[in-house]
Design a protein around this ligand. Structure first.
Ligand code: NAP
Length: 374
């Protein structure tokens, strides 16, 4: 099992300016407004990272949005929207008696929670869209399309969400939603690593932000190692497209297999930031020998140029998912990063400290023996 793919969930005050990128300000052709009459949409969640992008896109298209959450996270984000407060793990009475054209379940990690909300909302909605994850698959050494086998968990009553249980529990959540709603009213979207403005995981973000510092920079695998990502705005557009069209079925929300590499990310980070680094590509064997895989977010030793693994993008692209150029993601991510308070920046969830990076670079260059893990 590959913990880095299984655990999408688990995820220094750097200054810098976003230089001219060569991208026109609206380089990406966005979908037009809704083709349907305004709908009443209930979003379970909606105030974290991905949720607000979905909410804004739904509002932009003229829909009416209601939020359901505990009121703990960014509660003042949408002061003009109706907010229903409640805990998914507890009493859902507050959701009874409402009427919605569509429900977007963006905050379901525990099968019991998804089952309960789907059961209570089934008579009140025409459509249910569950945000799942590519971590649901059973085997990350192969190319997974939406029909590939899913991970299972021996004890289906487990509710602790961690790197090991996240994928199998999300797979179970999908199953429970399908049992309550039925395939004719249900869409399941399985995003890969979601990145862009607002990303609180600091995974993809690490690379462009580290580039701002210049100097020798450790990069994982090689420039042809690929990564599958999805820009949060593209995911939001696709989600609301599905809602608008009442699209049913299961979709991997990913960029095309092999289309974007760490070498591309290096080039984009340098072009956007105006900084340059001296890349030191640490090969897969070195990274394994130095227990450094966890220091490099999104890196997967199986994603080299000969890779046969990943997540098929075909079905989502056919259903309308549009992936913007990743350079635009890097540009907007850095612009967002530069607006963050110093405390947030210095508490970034980066998995590699400057000291650890220096240690790895030294070991790589001198061929020294094993360095202890960070
Ligand atoms: N980030 C990634 O790369 C990635 C990749 C694949 C899939 N996903 C999926 O994306 C979804 C998460 O996105 P997000 O964190 O950005 O979501 P979000 O909808 O933006 O934020 C999480 C929301 O859930 C609410 N919430 C949390 N626990 C709750 C509870 N017990 N009862 C009621 N509401 C609760 C939070 O508000 P309160 O705290 O106020 O309750 C908040 O509004 C998940 O389904 C995850 O599996 C993410």
């Amino acid at each position: 099992m590959k913990a880095n793919r299984r655990s999408f969930l688990k995820g220094s005050a750097l200054a810098g300016c976003v230089a001219a990128t060569g991208l026109p300000s609206l380089s990406f052709a966005r979908s037009a407004g809704s083709t349907r009459d305004p709908m009443r949409i209930l979003v379970l969640g909606g105030t974290g990272f991905i949720g607000p992008h979905m909410v804004r896109e739904a509002l932009r298209r003229g829909h009416n949005v209601t939020l359901f959450n505990r009121g703990k996270t960014n509660d003042s984000l949408f002061p003009d929207l109706e907010s229903i407060h409640g805990d998914r793990g507890g009493d859902l009475k507050a959701l009874q008696g409402g009427k919605w054209d569509a429900v977007i379940d963006n905050s379901g990690y525990v099968p019991r929670h998804v089952e309960n909300s789907a059961r209570i909302l089934s008579p009140s909605t025409g459509y249910y869209l569950y945000i799942s994850t590519c971590s649901v698959y059973a085997d990350f050494t192969r190319l997974n399309d939406e029909t590939s086998p899913l991970a299972t968990i021996a004890d289906e009553s487990v509710e602790e969400v961690n790197g090991e249980t996240y994928g199998p529990l999300k797979a179970l959540c999908e199953k429970r939603a399908a049992a309550e709603i039925g395939a004719d009213r249900l869409a399941i979207i399985r995003p890969t690593y979601v990145c862009g403005p607002g990303d609180h995981t600091d995974r993809f973000t690490y690379y462009p932000v580290r580039t701002l510092q210049g100097g020798d920079m450790a990069w994982p695998g090689g420039p042809l190692h690929s990564m599958q990502i999805v820009d949060v705005r593209d995911l939001a557009n696709f989600t609301i497209d599905c809602v608008d069209r009442h699209t049913t079925g299961i979709y991997n929300a990913v960029n095309p297999v092999g289309a974007y590499t760490f070498g591309d990310l290096l080039a984009d980070s340098q072009a956007v930031s105006g900084s340059s680094v001296e890349p030191v590509w640490l090969d897969d064997a070195f990274i394994a020998a130095h227990d450094a895989e966890e220091n490099f977010p999104i890196y997967d030793p199986l994603s080299g140029p000969e890779s046969v693994s990943g997540f098929s993008e075909k079905r989502a692209l056919a259903a309308g998912l549009l992936n913007r150029p990743a350079r635009e993601t890097v540009r907007d991510l850095l612009a967002w990063w530069n607006t963050l308070p110093g405390e947030r920046v210095s508490n970034a969830r980066f998995r590699m400290s400057p000291e650890r990076e220096a240690e790895l670079l030294l070991a790589y260059e001198t061929g020294n023996s094993r360095v202890p893990a960070a």
